[in-house]
Each structure stands twice: as C-alpha cells, then as structure tokens.
Design a protein around this ligand. Structure first.
Ligand code: SAM
Length: 214
C-alpha cells in the first residue's frame, strides 16, 4: 500500500528529528484517568505496567508515522465520550446502530465504547496504516476477544483501487461515523462519508454544514 501522511513526511517513514522534538512528549509518568481505567479494567493490565506499556506502544507507532496525536499521547483521551451528545450515541449503538471510527489509529474510541457496554460486533474502524491497528490489539490486549471490524485502507483512493477496496466495502452500512483529527482540506472524506452512511441526502447536508463550520 502506498504510504501517505502529513505532506511534510512524504517519503520519510522514519521520524523527522525536528518534528519529533515538537510532537513528542518525553518523560510521561501518568495518563488520563479514563485511559488508566480502560487499561486496568478492560485490558487487565497491572497498575504499575500501564504507563510503560502505553509509552512503549506509543513509541512504536510514532516510529511509523510521527503524528502529533501519537507523540503527544492525545490518543489517551477518548474524544467521542467528551462530546455533549455522547449519551445519544451510546443509546443508539446499544440499540443496534453501527458506528465507524474513521482514521481510528489504535482504535481507542472503539475500546472505550466496548467498555461502555456496546457489542464490539457493531463497531468498525479503518486506518491507512495497518500497523496502527495491530498495535491497537497489543495496546489493549484484546486480539482474541474484541470482535470489532478493523479495515486498513486509504480513504482518498479510488474505491476500485486495491488500497480503497476494503473501505469501499463498508458502503451503505454505517449509521454513525466518528472522525477525530481526520478531515482533510478537500472534500473527498466527506464524499466518502456520505456514500457509506445510511441516509445519503441527510448525511450530505449535515456533513457539508459541519465541514463549513470547522
Ligand atoms: C491525526 S491521527 C488521528 C487518530 C485518531 N482519530 C485520534 O483522534 O486520535 C489521523 C489518523 O488517520 C489515519 N489516516 C490518515 N490519512 C488517511 C487516509 N487517507 N485514509 C485512512 N486513514 C488515514 C492515520 O493513519 C492516523 O491514524
């Protein structure tokens, strides 16, 4: 699969020294309570191993793509649960709605939902970088039990291209699409979200107004 990332990293899979400094937080000795709770309760990590384990996974991922959301440990904050309408999302997925996390990285939002009582079979995530998905299984120690569907692919690829096919296969199935630190400056992801959502025209109107605001 072709590698894409922030333009500055094009052709540079290794960590860029300058950005590593800016986008990488050293000396981590704690993580947010929500992440600690998830890793202790859901992943059954021992309290003293939580921080070293998260930092180890963070470092592996940052070597692949040096995103600030990884280097600065932002993946340890579960953004979906902070939204004012989270309770509505929870209610819908608990009643059977299908949720997609676009650009899911480690899949942390999906694990948070599972811990909150959502059957993992109703949860989907996709990411360009398959290794992030594998690292997510290691981070959360749930490869043998989580039944969420993780797909690797490029949302910007043509649906018929090899790197676009798996994502295109989700077409028309998603009731809720969550995208955090993901939208690009062109319309392609929006077009895609509209295609895979349940109500195409309503989704289009909503996404276009949201996109205009952000
Ligand atoms: C800035 S990170 C945000 C990760 C996560 N959503 C969060 O909020 O912590 C962007 C994620 O989108 C993925 N991504 C970037 N471009 C993509 C593309 N064209 N298709 C699919 N995923 C992509 C990256 O691999 C990365 O995991």
């Amino acid at each position: 699969m072709a590698r894409h990332g922030p333009a500055i990293f094009e052709g540079q899979p290794a960590v860029d020294a300058v950005l590593k400094q800016a986008w990488y937080t050293d000396n981590i000795d704690s993580i947010p309570d929500g992440a600690r709770h998830l890793l202790e309760q859901y992943s059954k990590s021992e309290p003293e191993e939580v921080v070293p384990h998260v930092v180890k996974m963070r470092n592996k991922a940052f070597e692949i793509w040096s995103y600030a959301c990884i280097g600065q440990m932002r993946f340890s904050t579960y953004n979906l649960s902070l939204l004012p309408f989270y309770s509505r999302v929870l209610e819908r997925v608990r009643s059977g709605a299908i949720l997609l996390d676009a650009g899911c990285c480690f899949g942390q939002e999906i694990r948070y939902l599972v811990q909150d009582g959502v059957p993992s079979t109703q949860l989907y995530g996709f990411d360009l970088e398959p290794e992030f998905i594998h690292l997510g299984y290691q981070l959360f120690r749930d490869r043998d039990r989580v039944q969420a569907t993780f797909v690797s692919g490029d949302i910007l690829a043509e649906p018929t291209a090899p790197e676009g096919q798996e994502i295109a296969g989700l077409q028309g199935q998603m009731n809720i699409i969550f995208a955090s630190s993901f939208l690009y400056s062109d319309n392609k992801p929006i077009d895609y979200f509209v295609r895979i959502s349940e109500q195409h025209s309503a989704a289009k109107a909503k996404l276009e107004s949201l996109y205009t605001l952000t």
